[in-house]
Ligand binder design. Structure first.
Ligand SMILES: *Cc1c(COP(=O)(O)O)cnc(C)c1O
Ligand SMILES: [Zn+2]
Length: 354
């Protein structure tokens, strides 16, 4: 069977087959994987998914994988949590948290894109892997790599019972994920797997690196590059490759973008941990902080279905919150030291023991 997809220029539309390249040699615009949806419709039906494991490979036909590719590892397949306490705290009704803080194997949504890039690297041969190594996976394999982000969106729709939400709040670095969630939703509509519906896309950034949110707030279609200065390092891309596309999507969908300070990021990490028991990295603090702002500003309505995307685990950025929650000093591995310690921490317990 031949491929159901190939690279296509996002601007001039010229197609380039399948090869490790990321930009159009005619107009120098970025390339994207484009699918033949008529063939895709015949290749897979929604019911086919029933017997498949709940991980990102259940959507294999929607990914640029080689025919017969046998993926290994339970990547993706993360929970969508119906929020109780955080929703109540914010005074909203239908709030969901997509939790890639527990995405395997590395506790980040990046596992989805890297797994897809590895499949492409294998396909295009050890030439790439040997000569250029990892560094270029996000360069000449970028169109294939970034398709992996769609699975975050497919899972959201499926976990909502094959429905699209009203709003999605997405953290933005290069601005790719937000566009790929939109692409995933569009593909499901094209195949007739979900009912068509307008979804508002909301972008979240840290104020210390906010080229995209700043452009949206100022009504500009182009962003001005920034020099990043924020604790949200996984989002600190001052010159985002997909920035213009993210701005367009946010504007045309009727969404908005906001940004939060480092202090607000830390409070948001704490809020999510206290209300939902989810420990997220700084990117998740950005998403939660921005979602709160959007609700307070009335841009997200309380009765609508809103999905907030948590993309990484808090264990990755403990340095960012260490000052706020200092660790107690380690004690010597001796019983007396432990007893002395307990006496300072739990005087009542120590007294009861004595
Ligand atoms: C890379 C990254 C993002 C955003 O990704 P883009 O697709 O570049 O916008 C979000 N969260 C985390 C944790 C990331 O590492
Ligand atoms: Zn072109």
């Amino acid at each position: 069977m031949s491929d159901l997809y190939e690279l296509r220029c996002k601007e001039c539309g010229k197609t380039w087959g399948n090869s490790p390249r990321s930009f159009c040699e005619e107009c120098f615009s970025p390339l994207e994987v484009s699918f033949d949806y008529d063939s895709l419709k015949k290749a897979v039906r929604r019911d086919d998914l029933a017997g498949r494991k709940f991980n990102m490979w259940r959507y294999a036909e929607f990914l640029p994988l080689q025919d017969g590719y046998a993926p290994s590892g339970d990547v993706g397949g993360t929970p969508l949590i119906a929020s109780g306490k955080l929703a109540a705290h914010w005074g909203v009704k239908n709030l969901f948290i997509k939790n890639d803080a527990v995405c395997f194997p590395s506790l980040s949504f990046k596992d989805r894109v890297v797994a897809t890039a590895l499949a492409a690297a294998r396909r295009f041969g050890a030439q790439i892997a040997d000569r250029f190594q990892w560094g270029l996976v996000n360069v000449n394999l970028r169109p294939y790599y970034s398709e992996g982000s769609k699975t975050h969106g497919f899972e959201i729709a499926e976990q909502l019972g094959w429905r699209l939400p009203d709003n999605v709040v997405v953290p933005m670095a290069g601005g790719s994920l937000i566009g790929k969630i939109a692409k995933a939703f569009r593909e499901l509509v094209t195949l007739g797997w979900v009912e068509d519906k307008s979804v508002k896309f909301f972008g979240a950034q840290a104020t210390g690196c906010s080229p995209i949110s700043t452009a949206v707030k100022r009504g500009l279609s182009r962003f001005e590059p920034q020099k990043p200065n924020t604790i949200a390092r996984s989002l600190a891309i001052g010159n985002p490759a997909d920035g213009p596309y993210a701005i367009k999507l946010i504007r045309e969908s009727g969404g908005w973008a906001e940004d939060v300070s480092d202090a607000e990021i830390v409070s948001a990490i704490k809020l999510l941990a206290e209300t939902e028991g989810i420990f997220t990295e700084t990117a998740g603090g950005v998403t939660i902080g921005v979602a709160e702002k959007l609700i307070r500003e009335g841009r997200i309505h309380p009765e609508e279905t809103t999905v907030v995307c948590i993309t990484g685990n808090g264990l990755k950025t403990t340095d960012a919150i260490a000052a706020e929650f200092p660790l107690s000093e380690a004690i010597a591995p001796r019983l007396e030291a432990f007893e002395a310690y307990i006496e300072t921490q739990l005087p009542a317990a120590a007294a009861a023991r004595a």
